[in-house]
Design a protein around this ligand. Sequence first.
Ligand SMILES: C[S@@+](CC[C@H](N)C(=O)[O-])C[C@H]1O[C@@H](n2cnc3c(N)ncnc32)[C@H](O)[C@@H]1O
Length: 248
Amino acid sequence: MGSLPLMVAYAALSIPATERRLKVVVKHLELLGETRTSDGTDMKLMRRSNEYIILANGKSLMSSRMHGSEEALATFGCRRARTLDQSCVLVGGLGMGFTLRATLDLLQRTAIVVVAELVPAVVDWNRGPLGPLAGHPMKDKRVRVDISDVSVILHASTDRFDAVLLDVDNGPAGLTTAGNDRLYGDRGLAAGFTALKPGGVLAVWSAREDRRFEQRLRYVGFAVEVERVRGRLKKGGPRHTIFLGYKP
Ligand SMILES: C[S@@+](CC[C@H](N)C(=O)[O-])C[C@H]1O[C@@H](n2cnc3c(N)ncnc32)[C@H](O)[C@@H]1O
């Protein structure tokens, strides 16, 4: 997370010592796609060498270099769904498809995975240049793409999902708009609770811990567990949090 410089310069000292000169290798950022979302956010898909970056208003929403905790969201959230014959799992949003890929790898062949993505261009990018990053998850026959706000799907669903995996921003603490409240406020969480089948789980990715969010989950009826994972799992990286709310 955080803003990105437009260029990264790697300096290397070239020989010989008497003629030391600074050799600068510049890795350019290449613009692959751009869109404006319904709330006016400017989103860009960039490539720098073999790294892909999605920028929202110039700030990094995510990079392909680190996706361990996005996969862990699926691992924790699908612990029960993976044992079921006819599971139905909601993934929101799509991003670069890492959570979706991990979900598909866990679930059985008869499963259905609904992907809620707010931004149509993100779906196009996943069908195009981002596809190979996570092994083309959009081509999997179990996937149903719904280009809409995940909160709209939750508010319209009753006893539908075995798991709901949410990664739409930096997590509940970073969210301030009315739209985000619809998802992580009491009413949004109550909708998530209703959308789950008994025994289902709501799994929420977050860049940080949030005790008040845990309390809100309990308030609407979830039994709560909190997992902490590194951005690159065993290889380290920043600490991220995954909230798990179990519907009795
Ligand atoms: C951080 S990325 C998700 C990363 C994803 N977990 C992965 O593994 O690549 C957040 C995504 O959520 C989408 N998004 C944001 N708000 C949303 C909403 N309310 N409903 C559906 N998608 C949303 C964004 O457009 C973006 O594609």
